[in-house]
Design a protein around this ligand. Structure first.
Ligand code: 5GP
Length: 135
């Protein structure tokens, strides 16, 4: 099986600027950061997306996300922090090995742009929520 670039980083075959690790995840600086301090937290098991992680792996990965966010907050004192996670090419995922972005933000940095809100009527929302509840 072809190893992902993140598995190669975790195994030390490709260099990175490591920040932290725990049993389930490994964290390092993003090579093309949106802002100074943009970090990734990568699951040690190489499932491609959110759908592939066990509850334990997800919990352990998110614990490291919280820890690294605190390390960034203490060190860089950003005004805010975005935590982002992409699943699938349509969602902007380019490395198909589960990872979470931690992006420190400063007021007015314009580092990210988000969605234009759509409008659905109440009946559509009720039907959609019902579909999701039973799925
Ligand atoms: P995605 O778009 O899949 O959510 O994000 C992948 C991220 O991984 C990108 O932000 C990209 O800059 C980062 N990345 C890709 N290859 C490497 C690498 O070899 N080293 C590091 N440190 N980051 C990488």
């Amino acid at each position: 099986v072809q190893k992902s670039i993140f598995s190669k980083i975790i195994d030390g075959e490709i260099p990175c600027h490591k920040i932290a690790e725990n049993e389930f995840a490994f964290s390092f600086l993003d090579v093309s950061p949106a802002t100074k301090g943009h970090a990734l937290v990568v699951s040690k098991l190489p499932g491609p997306s959110l759908h592939d992680l066990s509850a334990d792996a997800l919990a352990g990965t998110m614990q490291l996300v919280q820890q690294v966010a605190a390390q960034i907050q203490r060190t860089l004192h950003p005004d805010g922090i975005n935590v982002l996670q992409n699943n699938g090419g349509a969602a902007g995922q380019t490395v198909f090995h589960f990872h979470v972005h931690i992006i420190p933000r400063w007021s007015g940095d314009q580092a990210l742009s988000f969605w234009k809100p759509l409008t659905f009527d109440a009946a559509e929302l009720a039907q959609l929520a019902e579909q999701l509840r039973i799925a």
